[in-house]
Design a protein around this ligand. Sequence first.
Ligand code: HSE
Length: 447
Amino acid sequence: MSMSEHTNPLGDKPIRVALLGCGVVGSSVARMLVESADDLRARIGAPVELVGIAVRRVGKDRSDVPVDPALFTTDAEDLVTRADIVVEVVGGIDPARGLLLKAMESGASVVTANKALLAEDGPTLYAAADAAGVDLYYEAAVAGAIPILRPMRESLAGDDVTKVLGIVNGTTNFVLDKMDTTGAGFEETVAQAQALGYAEADPTADVEGFDAAAKAALLASLAFHTRVKGADVFREGISDVTAADIAAAKAMDHVVKLLAICERTTGQNGTSGVSVRVHPAMIARTHPLASVRDAYNAVFVEASAAGQLMFYGRGAGGDPTALAVLGDLVAVARHIVAGGRGPGESAYADLPILDVGDSVTRYHISLDVEDRPGVLAQVAQAFADTGVSIETVRQHIRTNSSSGEARANLVIVTHAATEAALAATVDALAASEVVAEVVSVMRVEGA
Ligand code: HSE
């Protein structure tokens, strides 16, 4: 035998794969497993055998999935005990959690796309993987086809990641991008996104930032070697973003994006910790993330030695997500063939998670104020009182079309300050007798 030939200690014994779920992603996984069987065998060094697909109803027409119909079963509990690798693409906390724990107790490695479960109870799953000596991989849980978790877990394992800035939800990126190009409002644009299949009938998880918050928790946990749960993430969705906000961003050559921001920072009391938040923010059109259009995702990473890195691609959809699942499946299967395991949980740094009030950002504030002497001074005083430094001020006069009354519109961009100080400034402005209306308030990131 030549030295380059693959040796397989299992002989030709197939690696048994159980699939939980056969929706958009699951059916793509099943099809790819069948269509790429020869390549997968060569890449892994052993054949892969699909031993069952757990579904809610077996009677449904699944003629588009090229597998023996006898493989479909409703008995997921039994199926997970008959596999070497269990692939879970069902989502949700339960029953997925119990099934994956049972799979690992039975000796199977797990490949999952379940961001909600990992962001809720990742340490329990990692502990079960350790106890059983199996792998837990979940590349498909964040940003679909984009390889980002493996680079975090492995390629950057020798570096110190200081910041992760991501567009990790395609639905909201599609909506904000369309609002930017058409000038339309939020409701109208979401309805358009639903009609085109980019937004769910109930878009809450996407537009309110829950999906992005779970992904931010997973990214922050890996980046900072610290356990971060979805519930630890400060979250604001995009449903309050108005056409006026988008226009205000445009006027200063910025775009509005829903950003997942994970950073190492120091709190007001000097504590070093991590800040993890998801909210809409303006970023300069020159920033690499500003060019992420439609439903695409991107993750921008800053690390001490590597500097700036950008990962870009399709964050959702059947084939792109299935591709991430298959990559994990090959990695795990190779471990089964060659022995050994992939990386387990790395949470040794155990950094405190800082309150959102400690996070540091810049604000863009648009105010309608009375046009008379002393008003600008009073507005400036509100910033001075809360210790927030003003970076730029622009003013133009606009006349109310019905009353004919002239008002000044002030657009103020601040220097970086704590979220707590900025929030106090906005409260003071809203209460000020010279401010007729706080038109829009938005964070500015990525400077
Ligand atoms: N609903 C998500 C998105 C895809 O719009 O990006 C799955 O995480």
